[in-house]
Design a protein around this ligand. Structure first.
Ligand code: HEC
Length: 141
């Protein structure tokens, strides 16, 4: 019987495909590095945005909510909540918790003052402008 699949053939398949996929890997890495500066965030983090993020993090909003899909899946995505609801709704919502509506998941009241609510809204507005490559694909998140 003729030996077609020799050791040399196996080695060539291994080396050839390793080189091929290494080349693909390098091209994709290069493409990502090239795209990052274009997708970098345009809006600067103002001190108010930083203050809002601090409140967001220290009160563990992501313990229930997701931001760009990261966090807990107990409560709605907040990356695009500013676009969906607008500042007035968000402030009124946070101040009015818990709703106490039977059968609905509840959000605690954090007793934020007006300034803190403004800071959180500033952070949520900033979040809504992050270039997420059009993710999530629909507004409901
Ligand atoms: C213990 C869980 C929990 C934590 C912690 C929490 N939330 Fe919520 N949040 C919820 C739930 C549940 C809802 C949806 C309730 C409903 O639809 O009746 C909600 C809804 C919201 C909404 C309205 C979302 C929409 O799509 O209409 C906003 C805005 C919001 N939360 C902001 C925050 C912020 C800011 C924090 C942190 C300071 C926070 N939440 C912390 C549970 C939580």
């Amino acid at each position: 019987m003729q030996q077609v699949f020799t050791k040399a053939v196996a080695r060539n398949i291994f080396l050839g495909s390793a080189a091929f996929f290494l080349a693909i890997y390098l091209v994709l890495t290069w493409a990502t590095w090239r795209a990052i500066p274009r997708r970098d965030h345009a809006a600067a983090m103002t001190p108010q945005v930083v203050a809002g993020k601090y409140l967001f993090d220290t009160n563990d909003c992501q313990g229930c909510h997701t931001v760009n899909g990261e966090g807990s899946y107990f409560a709605p995505e907040l990356d695009n909540v500013y676009t969906r609801r607008g500042p007035a709704f968000i402030k009124a919502w946070i101040a009015a918790q818990p709703t106490g509506v039977p059968g609905r998941r509840q959000m605690p009241n954090f007793h934020f003052d007006g300034q803190q609510l403004d800071d959180i809204v500033a952070y949520l507005k900033w979040l809504s402008k992050v270039d997420t490559n059009n993710w999530p694909p629909n507004i409901q998140g």
